[in-house]
Design a protein around this ligand. Structure first.
Ligand SMILES: [Zn+2]
Length: 307
């Protein structure tokens, strides 16, 4: 079902899939609004008008999964339904809810996309994936840690025990394991780690996300890795700090305001000459997770659908 939909919509399966965009392209109105806690979203079908709503108080990657789940209700021909946040773990999950979750998982994480991400992250041939591997993959796919863990179990890449452990533990431990030191970004922000980048870093962050760049050690050579930039309005930049474990140097940044950052990480001599340069372009998006249409836009969309 999900695979046929990917084909019909001619979606690019090399990048994370945007369920909000798909809904709008399909003529489904989309609203993100602050719902009561405990509610993930809902699907509404009234006559010709079809809409989905997600709770924008939940983490953004969770909202993407809810949107895909509501699309599942739509494509599977279900009626209007209100979804609670705990539906995935609820013992009393109905067949309809299980079917919508299965759709959402396959829709956001098709095999082709998962394999591409595993390859990109150098995880494709690892026999056993760690909690931090699963976390990195979840960020790339734009799904929650738990959703990624269960999909990897379905695809035979995680044991059921590991999938259960990783989804229960949540991303915090995985982030700490990945970084190897204290986290500086927001509790709910993402951690993005680059090791020995050879090309420029081109990245979209959300406010509260943390970026870490590990580069080969230079302390014995008289050379030093530093940030080269003009503006600290978007990223808060951290100085060159040696990483004790393997003698590398580490530069970090925390995204703290929406905007665009253009700068570089440069290897310089004590005299200030640049030996090597890795350009860094970061677009920082707001952590206000409002997505889709405003209620007024949604109402107009419904009216035009019913006209
Ligand atoms: Zn549902």
């Amino acid at each position: 079902m999900a695979a046929r939909l990917h084909a019909r919509l001619a979606l690019d399966l090399s990048r994370s899939i945007d369920p909000f965009r798909v809904a709008e392209d399909e003529g489904i109105w989309v609203v993100a609004s602050a719902l009561d806690s405990g509610l993930a979203g809902y699907y509404l079908r009234e006559g010709y008008a079809i809409g989905i709503c997600v709770n924008n108080k939940e983490p953004f990657r969770r909202q993407r999964f809810t949107a895909a789940h509501e699309l599942g209700h739509h494509y599977l021909g279900h009626g209007s339904v209100i979804d609670r946040s705990d539906r995935v773990t609820a013992e009393a999950a109905t067949d309809i809810e299980i079917a919508a979750d299965t759709f959402a998982s396959a829709f956001l994480m098709p095999l082709g996309l998962m394999n591409r991400i595993l390859t990109r992250l150098d995880l494709r041939n690892l026999p056993v994936l760690s909690a931090s591997d699963v976390y990195r993959l979840s960020v790339e796919a734009g799904v929650s840690n738990a959703a990624a863990a269960w999909r990897l179990w379905e695809l035979g890449r995680l044991s059921r025990g590991d999938a259960l452990d990783f989804s229960k533990a949540g991303p915090r431990d995985a982030k700490r394991q990945l970084k190897g030191s204290a986290l500086l970004g927001a509790a709910r922000g993402d951690l993005r780690v680059f090791k020995d980048p050879s090309e420029q870093i081109d990245i979209i962050l959300r406010v509260g996300d943390e970026l870490v760049v590990d580069v080969r050690s230079s302390k014995d050579s008289g050379l030093n890795w530093v940030w080269d930039h003009h503006d600290q309005g978007t990223l808060r930049l951290g100085a060159n700090a040696p990483v004790a474990a393997d003698g590398r140097s580490r530069l970090w940044a925390v995204a703290f305001a929406p905007g665009v950052f253009g700068g570089a990480i440069v290897l310089t001599t004590s005299g200030g000459d640049t030996i090597e340069r890795i350009n860094v372009y970061a677009k920082v998006e707001t952590d206000d997770t409002q997505r889709g249409l405003s209620p007024r836009q949604a109402e107009a969309r419904v009216r035009s659908l019913m006209a």
